[in-house]
Write a protein that binds this ligand. Structure first.
Ligand code: MLT
Ligand code: MN
Ligand code: ZN
Length: 295
């Protein structure tokens, strides 16, 4: 399997249009690389690719990565798109893929219904784009030679569908992780996860490679930096640090581990930060746009 990080940042990207935080300013000044919104491409080889989450930046992300360019007049090596939740940073890119080229669109029925309930997505031709509802824990093929299975991870409904009260630890079809495998290896992609449960740990125990939710360094990051009023857990994202954080909970996992879906406020973006040093010392990689890896 080959992986290509299309967007390492969380929703909003780095820099985010309305943010003057230290990281966004550093990205504007060219001191750290700017990063697109959450997306990962995967290939079993032979030139075919699947895109895991279609970010609002997908047009620029495809432009920046020649592996995804057309080989012919009206063509794409992208065989399918898989959605892991219905958040804007994961679905809005579909609107840029509305130009009548066929691909398969995979997601749970709940995630498919987010699209079905929003008529703007009718612009993505149902004749050309096969919308396939995938049940949890059922094997399917993302493209020739690449198998996948969706499983529930703790999460919540998309931000734009939240009601007055929000359950942030729903385990169902609204937020999923994906197991990916070919003849050689097993990988997991989990860009949004509210908590690391024993069930999740058992699920990913056979990972050779893991791409995991790196949204926030700590739960109070948005509040502390004055950029928001919600904790990470309220947003459906377990923090990296702390005794219940992902770094501690996943320390024993022998896989190659990469943080992805990193919010613009996260101090791990900064090359000289102690937080980045701690993550790297724990053996994690930090995703960046254009990063390739193979298993
Ligand atoms: C998230 O991951 O929390 C969402 O992308 C939030 C959003 O849609 O802005
Ligand atoms: Mn997101
Ligand atoms: Zn910022």
């Amino acid at each position: 399997m080959k992986f290509l990080v299309l967007g390492a940042a969380a929703g909003g990207g780095l820099p985010q249009w309305n943010c003057g935080c230290k990281n966004c300013e550093a990205a504007r000044a060219g001191e750290i690389p700017a990063s697109g919104q959450s997306s990962l491409a995967v290939s079993a080889g032979k030139g075919a690719w699947s895109i895991l989450n279609a970010s609002p930046d997908i047009r620029a992300q495809m432009q920046a990565n020649p592996a995804l360019h057309p080989r012919d007049l009206r063509d794409t090596p992208v065989r399918s798109v898989l959605l892991t939740n219905g958040d804007i940073d994961h679905i809005a890119g579909l609107l840029s893929m509305r130009e009548q080229t066929p691909f398969t669109l995979f997601g749970t029925s709940e995630i498919q219904s987010v699209l079905a309930d929003n008529r703007i997505f009718d612009a993505v031709s149902r004749e050309k784009v096969d919308r396939r509802a995938i049940a949890l824990n059922q094997d399917f093929e993302l493209h020739d030679g690449l198998s996948a299975r969706l499983f529930a991870v703790p999460g919540k409904v998309p931000l734009f569908m939240e009601g007055e009260t929000v359950q942030t630890d729903l385990v169902g079809e609204q937020t999923v992780g994906v197991r990916l495998w070919d003849d050689d290896s097993v990988a997991y992609y989990i860009p949004g996860c509210a908590a690391i449960t024993d069930r999740l740990l058992a699920q990913i125990a056979d990972a050779d490679q893991l791409f995991f939710d790196g949204t926030l360094w700590d739960d109070d990051e948005m509040i502390r930096t004055g950029t928001g009023v919600k904790t990470g857990r309220r947003m459906g994202h377990v923090p990296i640090s702390g005794p219940d954080g992902s770094m501690a909970a996943l320390a024993h996992l022998p896989a190659r581990k990469t943080y992805i879906h990193i919010n613009n406020t996260n101090p791990i973006w900064l090359p000289d930060s102690p937080e980045r040093a701690a993550v790297l010392a724990a053996g994690w990689r930090i995703a960046r746009d254009g990063q390739e890896s193979a298993t």
